[in-house]
Design a protein around this ligand. Sequence first.
Ligand code: CMC
Length: 428
Amino acid sequence: MSDNKVILNYDGKNFEYPIVDSTIGDRGIDISKLRDQTGLITLDLGYKNTGATISEITYLDGDKGELFYRGYPIEQIAEKSNFTEVMYLLLHGELPSTEQFSSFENNIKKYNFVADELKKLIDVFPRSAHPMGVLSSLTSALTAFNPKAVDVKSKEELDLAAELMIAKFSHLCAWTYRKTQGLPINHGDNSLNYVENFYKMAFRLPYEEFEIDPVVVEALDKLLILHADHEQNCSTSTVRMVGSAHTGLFASISAGVSALWGPLHGGANQAVIEMLEMIEKDGGDVSKYVAKAKDKEDSFRLMGFGHRVYKNFDPRAKIIKKAADDILGKLGIQDKALDIAMQLERVALEDDYFVERKLYPNVDFYSGIIYRALGIPTEMFTVMFALGRLPGWISQWKEMRLKGDPIGRPRQVYQGAEKRNYVDIASR
Ligand code: CMC
């Protein structure tokens, strides 16, 4: 290897592959000619070493525990910014001026409703349907109400698609919750900001005035900011992969919602609370569950621990842990599940198994605790994650289309049957 290329010696020959530079963090080996030149492909299950694209949106360093949105450290963003500004930053690359901020916010407000016909679709789901399944279907259905494919060469059309999606998606998130509760469907209130508006749409009861609790709104805003983007994670890669076939924005986002639902990804926040409740019901013996998580014969894992990229600590978890302490203090909440979470954190962080494997509490370990303290039902946690991740998905979709990335189409190493002749059913 020299500074700017890697030499592969294979079958008695040398092949050179250029190194692609980064501003910070991992550099990449450009192996686009590898198969043509050598007949070999790379095999990297779970894409642990594979860069799928070149991106300018989010940077994270798993060893240092750093996360930057467009270069700005998450700690500064979480302390000083707000979710609407973060959406703008991710989508447009720079922090907005006062005029840009108002124009962005006003544009979103212009689309602060969803076609009434969509309510009929919601009606066909049983109340017991998981909100993430409903959300994915409704997001897909939005395509029918906004059928025009986005012309990605037009900045106006791209901005419009993003603003439409941001406005409508908050309704769908709120509606999925109201469906599970049998509550009437609400439309938006343009006197409120984005987070307040979502909060009111989701939680307003039909028989009383709704009071916006600033503690809740502040907590929600912070949680949405912390989830807003996380470079090439599973759901974002799904959005990019689907979009790489030039599938529309709404359908690509719907696929992202489904990917996020999984308990190893966004579904972990729900799984954490369910796990804490299970431990509590079982007598609260934390060490029993730590032992189960370590037992290779047992499929149980400590939900909310570990991360594919963060092998030191998850910077979002640090911020959110403090927020969880503040919110529980402000709301005066005593929560048994929280006590168990704190015991679990202590035991696991001192245990060799977790220390050696660098398994630390991740963002979802604490986000569920905050949502629970705010009175948000467990099944809605992943929907809240989706609402937060939306600007990241849109920004990554937009970047992929603007850069003209080719359709995503991985290869495989085939280990199935060799060529053989078909046998008639009577002779088998
Ligand atoms: N509990 C017990 N053991 C674990 C856990 C856990 N939560 N996570 C990883 N391990 C062990 C795993 O068994 C393996 O052990 P060994 O080397 O002996 O085989 C080792 O740690 C490495 O695990 P891995 O599965 O190869 O790691 P990964 O990078 O493929 O998986 C992960 C990352 C997040 C899927 C995994 O840590 C996990 O399942 N965590 C629980 C689910 C969770 O909290 N997910 C939310 C992630 S943060 C939100 C988001 O961004 O989506």
